[in-house]
Design a protein around this ligand. Structure first.
Ligand SMILES: Nc1ncnc2c1ncn2[C@@H]1O[C@H](COP(=O)(O)OP(=O)(O)OP(=O)(O)O)[C@@H](O)[C@H]1O
Ligand SMILES: [Mg+2]
Length: 571
């Protein structure tokens, strides 16, 4: 288990300081940098002064003690030497006189000389000096050597007095320590004053060093704030010092140089971008105007093209009507010609019959033969006229329908047959075969005109393009109704639509037969008729190759009652 030191357990940002100074160490960390410098220098200086002065004080105290003790020892020894004759000759007055000299030593408070009886070794007071009460409590320790002891605030020095190797007495001195104390106190005062002065000097140095260190940093901070506020990267920090802070200022100024250069380049780029934008806007405006002009021209061109296309479509329609009329003329020509020939033959027969009747040479048999022949001729005329009338009727229906997109109900198969009849002039000199695969009773509500144009276009394309190199082609028209929709499959087995134009087959003016007078509008008209008039779709099926397969789908209504059905050709 992790054990946490008690001083580090508190929320302390600098654990060593908290351990050193519990409770307050952490607060030190919250001091600002200047205060930290100040207190650090002061503490180091104070600690150093204390570390130096305390041992010094201690040393001087022991030194003074030693000196005092040595003095007391020397004094007692010297006094012993001096009083030896007085003791030997038992001259108390002499001893007393010698003791009086001690008045010159204010430290010596009292002195006593004891004489020792050589017989029994007992001691007795011989002479004394000073305050004897001081000595009353102090026992004499008889000793062979000089001894100094500290008793209370006094130093007691006891020294034996010898004569001829025998101890004849003792000298005892009581020396005051006040001198030592005075010396010590003086030293203490000196040391204290020195400590205080040292602390003052340290404090001054701390303030000075704090200022020396902090001033450039504060200046740098102010410049930084100024730069941040004004964004003026031309501002520079000043520093006269050549230390680390000076290096920092130099680096900071170098950084400002770089930023200023970047800023200058940025502004230059911004100006260029602004200029470019303005140019771009101007160019865009000019281009917009040009584009608008072009659009107007384009719109006009498109309108012209549409108009031209409409005219071309109309021309195409007219051309198809023209060929229809040519076909009609050609088709009717035969029965009418036959009729005219028969009519002139009838006229001739009638003239001969009339001549014979006037001559009276007309026999009954001749009359009967002539009438029978004329009846036959009249029947022939009548038949040919009827055929002509039928032709005209069907051509008329197809022609009228082709020129309009009106909707009506019609029988599909019958109508397709009529369309094919109108195309007979184109088909009859060929060996191509057209198969109409449509139910007899398929009746729809749709636009027969559109259907007629579609079928005509498809068959004409098969004849002109699909079978241009084929003698015996096959065309199939298959129509069947699925719900409300008629599916019309148109197929031929010709050479097929060239791959290059398959994708654009319904676009206008796409043709491979321009040299033969093709305009490329046939399939485009077909597409428009299916999608716009019939409301359906037309696709070129890909699977039939060679040959073509167009699939048309368009909505039809077959649920129209007989009353609704307009009579075909009634228009
Ligand atoms: N049944 C087909 N077989 C082969 N190619 C065809 C067939 N139908 C159309 N094409 C090709 O498609 C082209 C476009 O036909 P489209 O009917 O649109 O124009 P066109 O017949 O060339 O001219 P026109 O405007 O006189 O009809 C034709 O030129 C032809 O190359
Ligand atoms: Mg065509």
């Amino acid at each position: 288990m992790l054990t946490v030191n008690s001083c580090a357990a508190v929320d302390c940002r600098w654990p060593p300081l908290c351990c050193l100074w519990p409770g307050r160490g952490d607060r030190m960390v919250t001091l600002n940098f200047g205060q930290k410098i100040f207190f650090s220098v002061l503490s180091v200086a104070g600690l150093s002064v204390l570390l130096i002065s305390l041992p010094l004080l201690f040393n001087s105290a022991s030194h003074f003690m030693q000196i005092a003790s040595d003095h007391a020892r020397t004094d007692s020894v010297m006094l012993g030497e001096m009083v030896q004759p007085a003791l030997v000759f038992e001259r108390e007055d002499m001893a007393q006189g010698l003791l009086e000299i001690l008045q010159q030593s204010p430290d010596v408070l009292a002195a006593t000389i004891f004489s020792v009886d050589p017989a029994d070794g007992s001691e007795s007071l011989f002479a004394h000096y000073g305050d004897q009460t001081l000595l009353s409590d102090i026992q004499l320790n008889r000793t062979d050597r000089t001894q100094v002891e500290r008793v209370g605030s006094y130093l007691i020095a006891v020294s034996p007095v010898r004569s001829s190797g025998a101890t004849v007495g003792y000298v005892r001195l009581v020396v005051s320590q006040s001198n030592i104390e005075t010396h010590f106190q003086e030293t203490l005062i000196y040391v204290t004053v020195a400590v205080i002065v040292a602390l003052f000097i340290a404090g001054y140095l701390a303030v000075a060093s704090r200022r020396a260190i902090l001033k450039p940093i504060q200046d740098l901070g102010q410049v930084t704030q100024l730069v941040a506020q004004t964004q003026d990267y031309g501002t520079r920090a000043k520093s006269d010092s050549e230390d680390e802070v000076g290096d920092l200022v130099v680096s900071f100024n170098a950084m400002l140089d770089t930023i200023e250069e970047f800023d200058r380049q940025r502004m230059q780029k911004e100006r260029e971008i602004l200029q470019l934008n303005q140019n771009l806007e101007r160019i865009v405006d000019e281009r917009t105007v040009e584009l608008q002009n072009s659009m107007a021209v384009l719109r006009k061109t498109v309108e012209d093209l549409r108009e031209t296309q409409g005219k071309l479509v109309e021309q195409e329609k007219m051309a198809s009507l023209g060929s229809l009329v040519a076909g009609v003329a050609h088709e009717i020509n035969t029965p009418i010609g036959v009729g005219i020939t028969a009519a002139s033959h009838l006229t001739q027969s009638l003239g001969e019959l009339q001549q014979r009747f006037l001559d009276g040479s007309l026999t009954k048999r001749q009359f009967a033969d002539s009438v029978a022949e004329m009846t036959e001729t009249v029947q022939m005329i009548s038949k040919n006229l009827e055929r002509s009338a039928a032709l005209v009727k069907s051509f008329k229906m197809v022609a009228v329908d082709q020129s309009s997109d009106d909707m009506r109900v019609f029988n599909v198969k019958e109508y397709i047959e009529n369309v094919l009849m109108s195309l007979k002039p184109k088909l009859k000199r060929t060996r191509h075969e057209v198969i109409v695969n449509v139910a007899e009773d398929l009746t729809i509500f749709s636009s027969p005109g559109a259907l007629s144009q579609i079928v005509t276009n498809l068959i004409m394309n098969s004849l002109l393009h699909g079978f241009d190199e084929t003698e015996q082609g096959r065309i199939e028209l298959k129509m069947q109704q699925t719900g409300d929709e008629l599916v019309f499959d148109y197929m031929d087995n010709g050479k097929g639509i060239p791959a290059a134009i398959r994708d654009r087959i319904f676009d206008p003016f796409v043709t491979t037969a321009r040299h033969k007078g093709g305009s490329g509008l046939g399939t485009h008209i077909l597409y428009n008729l299916v999608t716009r008039v019939l409301g359906g779709t037309v696709t070129l099926e890909p699977e039939r190759q060679p040959g073509v397969h167009f699939r048309l789908r368009f909505p039809v209504r077959s649920d129209v009652g007989p009353m609704d059905i307009p009579i075909a050709g009634a228009r």
